[in-house]
Design a binder for this molecule. Structure first.
Ligand code: ADP
Ligand code: MG
Length: 661
């Protein structure tokens, strides 16, 4: 295809703007699809279902202009629709007056009043309506209008252009998919709703098929090439399992076995361990690191916060130190001398397990035979951070742990290149956390309930309102709550405070005190959100809870209800939101994520946005799940087929698209 700059009306400036939209060739231009369509059809005033109308007619009076104040003017005229005469008003569009001549035929988009006499118009077009048009609406950027973009697209469409159809013939036939070229015309110039739907289905299938082919390729590349050779005596693992203070759930056991299979196979492990908050992922990670240790390699476990890293460090030591495993903690907050010692231990293989925060990647760590990399609460990290491991040539096995209960729809796209182990059932004996929704005026009742828990010698988290804009205000909130709690309970109970502005060492001290029961009420900002595990804490009170997102609230609540004790979560909010209602109805993370999905559609679901891994042009993972399922099955089959081996066009395309890791 020809270059964009040879096209009519495209100069340097437009080229730059088009590039912003990701359009760099004629091919990009015709495959730049509308993000939605508008059905333009004359409204039937006798059968209106909403106040939004599209009407055409003839102008009957000279428009009058009223200047209401400096920044507001109003233009009105009468429009004869053939059956009625309506008054049409436009705000701040006085400049249109010269075009609105008596006798002109126009179309008006706007809102009509109840009496059907007045229309406030948002848009006027200087033509009458065809019977019915489906108008494509494109995302665009400042400097390029939709009509201009559409016109450029048409310039290409008018030529005798050629497009590559990447969908293998067998699937085109199987699903009776529309011809690609035809579908491109239909997408930009819809002829009817059913035809448009066929065209879009075809384009979406292609997009998903290619995505799934890429996933198959990634999986293949990651897993076959660089597996480590090892043998593991599972009897030794059983010995550790026997010393645990609990019996593994069947989901935990299955996950451990799946990881064992991965580690001992010749393929590289690339696995996601998915399980709701409190489901017991940590012990699976610990046993995995022990298996890795048994085969002679070093492991790392990366946590998203320092508090969590310390907690993991303690847990690992508790379970593994008696089996001779040497564990070190590496965080960004270590003093220079301590850091040097830790780094030396890692380099000399005097450490078998390294636990830490981002420092594991950002500090200049030289690993010694690193065989397993585990990241906890994976969704908190950018995708790229994993790349910086300095590990002398070997490629470690990788395990991600995530408490983010992602609806199945997303798992397929986000983690399509990974194997997945799921912990579905929480350890038995747990009681479901009782969740209550209270208003601020009910504070007295809340304090009474808190007192009941304190009397049972249980501990409480109090979460300060979330104010994103200002750390200072967060601090004020925390301090105010501290005073409040001290006034109510200070005489008999100890109140502690934890917030992001504190130094690492101060945070550690407070967490340690809370862990040991020296603090009864811990007031905290969301620094507590992930992973923290204090079994005796049985109540969480969240102030201004309407400010938090569903996932944050779910994670916060997950800090309680982690033992056999009955736990409570109290949301204080003067506003009742759908999110809060969802949370009072269920504690099941998967249900909550489905609800979140329903409430918000795609987008920022449970922090998925950060991963930036799947930006589809046309596909909406939720709406198009059915197509997605087929595309996945087909792509996986095709990837293994002989036909693919000879499909050089497609192979080339897959090679070109960037690696996601
Ligand atoms: P998460 O999956 O949220 O990381 P953790 O691994 O921190 O959860 O586990 C939560 C709590 O449950 C911990 O105190 C852990 O010791 C405990 N636990 C884990 N597995 C079991 C089990 N099979 N039976 C009883 N308690 C368990
Ligand atoms: Mg955890």
């Amino acid at each position: 295809m020809a270059k964009l700059k040879e096209m009519k009306g495209i100069g340097e400036k437009s080229l730059t703007l088009l590039k912003k939209l990701g359009i760099e060739s004629e091919e990009d231009l015709i495959e730049y699809y509308p993000y939605r369509y508008q059905l333009i059809k004359r409204s039937d005033l006798e059968k209106l279902t909403s106040d939004k109308v599209i009407l055409d007619g003839v102008i009957e009076t000279v428009p009058k202009i009223f200047y209401i104040h400096k920044n507001l003017n109003k233009l009105s005229f009468s429009l004869n629709t053939g059956t009625r005469i309506l008054t049409v008003t436009l705000f701040n569009r006085a400049y249109l007056k010269q075009n609105l001549k008596i006798g002109s035929k126009i179309t008006v988009f706007g809102k009509i009043d109840k009496n059907m006499r007045n229309v406030v118009a948002s848009e006027v077009r200087f033509s009458t309506l065809l019977k019915e048009t489906i108008e494509p609406i494109y995302h665009t950027t400042n400097g390029i209008t939709i009509p201009k973009l559409a016109q450029w697209i048409d310039q290409v469409l008018e030529k005798d252009f050629y497009v590559v159809d990447y969908i293998p013939k067998e699937y085109v036939e199987k699903y009776h998919l529309m011809d690609k070229k035809e579908s491109i015309f239909e997408i930009h110039h819809p002829t009817s709703e059913p035809q448009l739907k066929k065209a879009l289905t075809r384009a979406k299938y292609e997009e998903l098929f290619l995505f799934m082919m890429k996933m198959s390729e990634l999986k293949e590349n990651k897993m076959t090439k660089l597996g480590l050779y090892r043998t593991i005596d599972f009897q030794e693992v059983e010995k550790v399992i026997e010393t645990l203070p609990f019996t593994l759930t069947s989901d935990q056991r299955r996950s451990v076995e799946e990881i064992y299979q991965d580690l001992t196979s010749s393929k590289r492990m690339n696995r996601l361990l998915q399980g709701d908050v409190g489901s017991g992922k940590t012990i699976v990670a610990i046993l995995s690191m022990y298996m890795n240790y048994l085969s002679g390699y070093q492991s790392t476990l990366m946590a998203p916060t320092e508090i969590l890293a310390i907690q993991h460090y303690e847990t690992v030591n508790k379970f593994l130190s008696s089996f001779g495993v040497r564990t070190v903690l590496l965080t960004g907050k270590l003093k220079a001398k301590e850091k040097k010692e830790v780094l030396e231990k890692i380099a000399n293989k005097e450490a078998d397990i390294v636990i830490g925060t981002h420092a594991l990647f950002t500090e200049n760590v030289i690993y010694n035979n690193l065989g397993l990399v585990i990241t906890d609460e994976q969704h908190r990290f950018g995708v790229n951070q994993r790349g910086n491991l300095k590990n002398k040539g070997i490629t470690p096995d990788v395990l991600y742990m995530s408490a983010t209960p992602i609806p199945r729809t997303y798992t397929l796209t986000l983690y399509g290149d990974m194997d997945i182990s799921s912990i579905k059932a929480s350890p038995s004996g747990r009681k479901e956390t009782i969740t209550l929704l209270k208003k601020e005026e009910d504070l007295k009742e809340v304090l009474t309930r808190m007192l009941e828990e304190l009397k049972k010698k249980h501990q409480i988290y109090v979460i300060a309102p979330l104010i994103e804009e200002s750390d200072k205000m967060n601090l004020e909130n925390v301090e105010e709550l501290e005073q409040k709690m001290n006034r109510a309970f200070g005489k008999y109970y100890k109140v502690g405070v934890l917030h992001g502005k504190m130094k690492g060492i101060e945070k550690e001290a407070v967490m340690a005190d809370f862990q040991e029961g020296k603090i009864d009420i811990l007031i905290s900002t969301t620094v507590i959100e992930v992973g923290v595990n204090v079994l005796n804490a049985t109540m969480m009170v969240i102030f201004d809870s309407y400010r938090f997102g569903l996932s944050a609230l779910h994670q916060l609540r997950g800090r309680v209800g982690r033992s056999e004790l009955q736990s409570y979560c109290i949301f204080i909010s003067n506003y009742e939101t759908e999110r809060l209602n969802v949370l009072t109805k269920t504690t099941d993370g998967f249900k909550i994520s489905e609800e979140d999905f329903r409430l918000r559609g795609s987008g920022d679901l449970f922090g998925i946005k950060q991963s930036g891994m799947h930006a589809f042009k046309l596909v909406d993972v939720k709406e198009d799940f059915d197509i997605l399922k087929h595309a996945k099955i087909d792509a996986e089959a095709y990837y293994k087929s002989e036909a693919f081996q000879e499909n050089f066009v497609l192979k080339e395309l897959l090679k070109k698209s960037e690696d996601l890791d």
